[in-house]
Design a protein around this ligand. Structure first.
Ligand SMILES: *[C@@H]1O[C@H](CO)[C@@H](O)[C@H](O)[C@H]1NC(C)=O
Length: 338
């Protein structure tokens, strides 16, 4: 998962399992919460009233979600399979094209890492992706329960007896909690509309995958592949939203809110949490970047920086030494004899 070793493998090796444990606990908590929202009625839905004969809620009942043109099973499979496939293939390609180019990088990485770097990246990106997927599901479900906004087919599912409720005009507002005579389960699901969960999951998955493809695929010849894959995925996500509206399962506002939720979570995770899919250890880039320097310019000053990681000094010190070499009086005086 998002296991970030601090520079200095030796010193932090006892802390890393702790971080890993915390992340596993957070992940398990997220999955559990998503499960409770999705499959149990632990959290009750907010009961909203309605206007008699309200046209916005009077669309025909389209049947349960499983009879939709894009049933939940299809969405969940696509949302799982497409990003997993893309990331695994992308990482394999990136790994093998990079390994040919610079052998040094591989050696340095293998020297300091617990896992195969390829496996590490795949686990990290897929772990963060799964975390975001469950988070999106929680956000959408929580929004639906808190707002209790009805679907366009609400009145068809609710089937209120207007005679008993005494409805004469469509300006009369019904707050009676037991106004509905329809199937209670159908009525409850007809109270969950804002935001659209299917739209949120679809856009989350699409945006995460599109950002991955755009930011990681660097090979030449992908100039048209990248936009093609991106537009296809985004179109699929849009189609999910359109079908939700067309089948009277959601309003446009629900779908747009779902798009926003999923898109925002994906963008946040990619830019702030996994650093645009780039290498995260400053130590690696430091070493690789400094190696040429030591052979080219100012060997007196930079030599200790290169050698100290090999002597397995603790991490923060390496950084301090490197950044302070130019100013540190003790260090420069110690260098003079050489
Ligand atoms: C509504 O309630 C009235 C009075 O109980 C009953 O006569 C009528 O059949 C009900 N209408 C429907 C559509 O259930």
């Amino acid at each position: 998962m998002a296991l970030e070793e601090k520079p200095g493998v030796k010193s932090s090796s006892s802390i890393v399992p702790c971080f890993l444990f915390v992340e596993l606990v957070i992940m398990a908590g997220t999955v559990l919460l998503a499960y409770y929202f999705e499959f149990t009625d632990t959290f009750p839905v907010h009961i909203q009233g309605f206007f008699c004969y309200d046209k916005t809620f009077s669309k025909p009942y389209p049947g349960p979600d499983t009879t939709s043109k894009i049933p939940p099973v299809l969405i969940y499979s696509l949302v799982t399979v497409i990003p997993t496939f893309t990331i695994v293939v992308g990482e394999l390609c990136a790994f093998f094209t990079k390994a040919e180019g610079s052998k040094e990088k591989t050696i340095v990485t293998a020297d300091c890492c617990y896992f195969n770097p390829l496996l590490r990246r795949i686990i990290r990106f897929l772990g963060v992706y799964a975390f975001g997927l469950f988070t999106t599901s929680i956000f959408a479900n929580a929004g639906q329960l808190v707002t209790g906004n009805q679907t366009p087919h609400f009145l068809s599912a609710c089937r209120p007896n207007y005679t008993i409720l005494g409805c004469q005009s469509n300006t009369q507002y019904i707050t009676e909690r037991r106004a509905c005579t329809g199937n209670p389960l159908v009525v409850i699901s007809a109270r969950k509309s804002f935001p659209s969960k299917d739209a949120a999951l679809g856009v989350y998955s699409a945006v995460y995958t599109v950002m991955y493809v755009t930011l990681v695929f660097k090979t030449k010849g992908t100039r048209l592949t990248k936009p093609t894959v991106s537009f296809t995925l985004l179109c699929l996500a849009m189609i999910v939203g359109v079908v939700r509206v067309a089948e009277y399962r959601n309003h446009w506002a629900d779908v747009l809110a779902g798009f926003f939720t999923g898109g925002a979570i994906a963008v946040f995770l990619v830019t702030c949490v996994i650093n645009n899919f780039q290498q995260m250890q400053p130590r690696l880039s430091l070493q690789v970047a400094q190696r040429p320097e030591s052979t080219l310019g100012m060997p007196m000053v930079t030599l200790p920086c290169v050698e100290s990681p090999l002597e397995k000094l603790s991490g923060p010190q390496i950084h301090d030494i490197c950044s302070a070499t130019s100013q540190h009086p003790d260090f420069s005086s110690a260098e003079m004899p050489y």
